[in-house]
Ligand binder design. Structure first.
Ligand code: SF4
Length: 241
């Protein structure tokens, strides 16, 4: 265990048990009190992220928020980010890669997302996020167990060894229906692309509309085996540690 963990090693199992039946608001409240400004929300402004930010706006509105701006997001996504930032006065950082899209093309080849999407995600998402999270003690994500088989066992709280901090998924137990019910009940904004057949929205060149509404991660990297961008790569390892 490193000194960076405010949550003691023995506490994690107890918290996992306690949070299994807790409402996300209770988990967010606990996280805000436990970590304060050392807590960061990382969101791509998909529906679970929207609900997270709405709840936090009432619990701890100045919580640092990060979003990975790869430079390759949909125009609709940039519009939504601006709208959410203004509406909730977010303490938002747009985390950008070291290389612009053109610099990446010059050094690593044009359309790297087609030839080597893992490398592209590594440079445009994983590395910048790790750098941005440095110094924080915990991060919140919008992962849910109903989103895919690889996410079906994610813990609500776990030690994130890669980033040397704690990782929380307060909505792990929520379903897609619960998220959308909350969004509509509170009249929250969401990405227009969801109404155009996009259940999950990432970068422009790696996301397509799909007719399979049951596949909540459908349309992502459709011509590749890839199912995750890499920032949550240790999903199986995170389960009970
Ligand atoms: S989702 Fe696609 S374009 Fe975006 S960083 Fe990953 S490979 Fe590159």
């Amino acid at each position: 265990m490193t000194a960076a963990y405010r949550t003691e090693y023995d506490d994690v199992a107890d918290l996992q048990q306690r949070f299994e039946s807790a409402h996300p608001q209770e988990i967010l409240q606990w996280a805000a009190e436990e970590y304060g400004q050392d807590l960061a929300v990382v969101t791509s402004f998909q529906p679970t992220g929207i609900v997270t930010l709405h709840m936090l706006s009432e619990i701890a509105p100045n919580t640092p928020v990060m979003t990975l701006d790869t430079g390759l997001l949909f125009p609709e996504t940039y519009v939504l980010i601006d709208e959410m930032e203004a509406r909730f006065n977010l303490n938002l950082t747009r985390v950008k890669p070291e290389l612009t899209v053109n610099q990446q093309a010059d050094r690593h080849g044009d359309k790297l997302w087609e030839s080597n999407p893992d490398q592209c995600c590594h440079m445009r998402k994983t590395v910048p996020l790790k750098q941005a999270l440095s110094g924080f003690e915990a991060w919140i994500t919008g992962l849910r167990r109903d989103q895919s088989p690889t996410r079906s066992n994610i813990p609500i709280i776990a030690r994130d060894a890669r980033n040397d901090m704690m990782k929380l998924c307060p909505f792990a137990n929520w379903t897609e229906d619960m998220i959308w019910t909350y969004i509509h009940a509170h009249d929250l904004p969401y990405n227009d692309l969801h109404d155009q057949g996009y259940p999950s929205i990432g970068c422009l060149h790696c996301t397509q509309a799909t007719t399979d509404s049951a596949d909540l991660r459908g349309g992502r990297w459709v011509n590749h085996q890839k199912t995750e961008c890499g920032i949550h790569v240790n999903l199986a390892d995170e389960v009970r540690h």
